[in-house]
Ligand binder design. Structure first.
Ligand code: AMP
Ligand code: MN
Ligand code: MN
Ligand code: MN
Length: 289
């Protein structure tokens, strides 16, 4: 049995390769009933995704994955069920996108020194023109034949200590939670097992997050292994946090996990969605049209 909730995914509005409508329909066909679109630092894909969700018969949760710098390290906080018209949220996200623009040019300058030319233009051309991610640089370098796959681009060019690395200057944790809560949403620590943190530091993150009234952590994630599920379930319990599940799907060519294949949460977790009212009638009635 697979989990019918998938509360973390990406479209061409950020670094995914499917349009919001294509993503939603692929998820519906794969058996996902409730999908959150959580593009990096933007909500621009939500309108198209919501319309597609009505046609495909799944429930779309409006979301965003906010880039945060916490103790000198980048962490990702999902905002789910946010009101995308909220001015403070939009202003905050707009500031993060301005940093992205500056960073993209800076990454390209540094790659130029490492002998890779036109990387800004290459990354921009692979994006939707409004948000450039390191993933777009990775795709450019792979297509140029510099390295064989995206993972290797990150490893050899885009992470700390490598030629194209530019440190993040993202939102502060408390700001991100303010934006999310102010927009009526709930906050979730994305893929916590992926951060290269000691157990002590990770628990400090959870403690601060809980103190700021954050709601949940991703226990099941496309980038977690089975051991991680149980470790994160234990942390969630220890800090009184709810558990979430999300594939972090980016593309059919390179899925960390395919849509519709997320395992169920461990039994000892309280799911984030346990008190959600699922509006399946609305989508079901539209489906019949
Ligand atoms: P950015 O937010 O622009 O710094 O880019 C972060 C994104 O890069 C993540 O959301 C992933 O989609 C992708 N990413 C990060 N690390 C890796 C990796 N090792 N291999 C492939 N993709 C990665
Ligand atoms: Mn991404
Ligand atoms: Mn992430
Ligand atoms: Mn993500």
């Amino acid at each position: 049995m697979f989990c019918v909730y998938d509360l973390h995914s990406h479209s061409t509005a950020s670094d995914g390769t499917l349009s919001p409508a294509e993503l939603v329909c692929r998820a519906a066909v794969a058996g996902v009933r409730v999908l959150a679109l959580t593009d990096h630092d933007t909500t621009s894909g939500l309108e198209e995704a919501s319309a597609a969700a009505l046609d495909c018969g799944l429930m779309l949760i409006p979301g965003v994955e906010v880039s945060v710098t916490w103790n000198g390290q980048t962490v990702h906080i999902l905002g789910l069920n946010v009101d995308r018209d909220n001015p403070a949220l939009q202003q905050g996200l707009s500031g993060l996108r301005s940093f992205r623009d500056w960073r993209a040019k800076e990454i390209a300058k540094r790659l130029e020194k490492a002998g890779i030319s036109d990387a800004y233009e290459g990354a921009l051309a692979r994006s939707n023109g409004t948000l450039v991610s390191r993933t777009h640089f990775a795709r450019y370098l792979v297509e140029q034949g510099v390295v064989s796959d995206e993972r290797k681009v990150f490893k050899h060019y885009l992470v700390k200590g490598k030629p194209g690395f530019v440190p993040g200057q993202w939102a502060k944790l408390d700001q991100a939670l303010e934006w999310i809560h102010g927009a009526g949403g709930v906050a979730v620590v994305a893929h916590p097992a992926r951060y290269r943190m000691t157990r002590t530091k990770l628990r400090r993150l959870f403690a601060e997050f809980a103190e700021l009234n954050g709601e949940a952590i991703e226990v099941v994630s496309g980038s977690h292994n089975r051991d991680d599920y149980f470790t994160m379930a234990k942390h969630a319990g220890d800090f009184g946090l709810l558990a979430s599940a999300g594939s972090d799907f980016h593309s059919p060519e390179n899925p960390w996990i395919e849509l519709g294949r997320l395992p169920m949460l461990p039994d000892n977790c309280t799911p984030l969605w346990s008190n959600w009212v699922i509006d399946s009638d609305r989508s079901a009635s539209r489906k019949a049209v």
